[in-house]
Ligand binder design. Structure first.
Ligand code: IPD
Ligand code: CA
Ligand code: CA
Ligand code: CA
Length: 269
């Protein structure tokens, strides 16, 4: 993508992210209509839908040739990442939004022909904007991030894991996760994949492992993390297929490789 086009796209997207975020923040105490989707704990609110609709209207009006891949149904039905695709999660961490009124984010990644060009993760209630442009670095507000610490020992690492590691799967059955959790300094779960990516990029978390994330959970985070020298793979260390659900491992390359080799692949050999 041409640098000056990327710049103007970045500025438009940034304006919309901040505007949508301010609207959510200013209305955080208004009554919500909450529905459920795939199960009683899979929540969606009118705010999720309105926010996505806001972006969809802006994008389609300003960039009629661009595509949208998003969670709540106002995007396009895409079978490829050809062209310019806005990968949007209007509220990542809806459960936090509903129950905690914090720890949720707007996540927006802009891709051209499958290549990440621009990423935004906006922690709405803290008014903290993580942003990245391909080849130009990642920022937390105006402060440049990175590079990721390449030399974290497993014993000093804090990992973000989600509750799926307590459910039945090979890594739990074969005690891989339990052994890993025992070895590292600590674990955390924040409940927003986008923020969890941002924390790895910021270097306050050393790695993030999660099952079955959707493109809009990770679209921006992948771009942000790449700009600080981090890597995003599947749990097994393979490449992510952005149009599908993926297990995710976001980490610095060295630590990621170590965990994949010493733990994840254990039992498979
Ligand atoms: C969810 C959050 C959560 C992750 C779930 C996602 P949503 O997104 O990112 O942290 O564990 O898998 O679905 O539904 O709140 O946008
Ligand atoms: Ca959801
Ligand atoms: Ca999400
Ligand atoms: Ca969402």
């Amino acid at each position: 993508m041409d640098k000056s086009f990327r710049e103007s796209l970045f500025n438009h997207a940034k304006e919309w992210v901040l505007e949508a975020g301010a609207y959510i923040r200013n209305n955080i105490n208004e009554p919500l209509t909450i529905d459920t989707k795939s199960n009683p704990n899979d929540l969606v609110t009118t705010m999720d839908k309105e926010t996505e609709q806001y972006f969809s209207t802006k994008i389609k009006k300003t960039y009629p040739n661009h595509f949208i891949l998003s969670e709540e149904g106002f995007g396009d039905d895409l079978s490829s990442l050809d062209g310019i695709v806005w990968i949007l999660d209007p509220i990542d961490g809806t459960m936090n939004f509903v129950h905690q009124k914090r720890n949720f984010a707007i996540s927006l990644g802009i891709y051209q022909d499958g290549i990440g060009e621009i990423g935004f993760i906006y922690d709405v209630m803290s008014d903290v904007l993580y942003s990245a442009k391909k080849g130009e670095g990642a920022y937390k507000n105006d402060v440049k991030l990175g590079p990721v610490n390449e030399n974290v020992a497993l014993e000093d690492a804090i990992l973000v894991l989600n509750h799926f590691w307590l459910t039945k799967n090979r890594l739990v059955d074969e005690h891989v996760m339990q052994d890993l959790v025992k070895r590292v300094r600590g674990t955390r779960t924040y409940g927003s994949a986008a923020l969890e990516f941002a924390y790895v990029a910021e270097g306050i978390i050393d790695g993030y492992l999660s099952m079955r994330l959707a493109p809009w959970d990770i679209g921006a985070g992948i771009i942000l993390l790449k700009e600080v020298g981090g890597r995003t793979t599947t749990i097994d260390g393979n490449s992510v297929q952005l149009l599908e659900k993926n297990s995710i491992f976001a980490c610095s390359p060295k630590l990621g490789e170590k965990i994949v080799e010493e733990y994840i692949k254990k039992g498979k050999k």
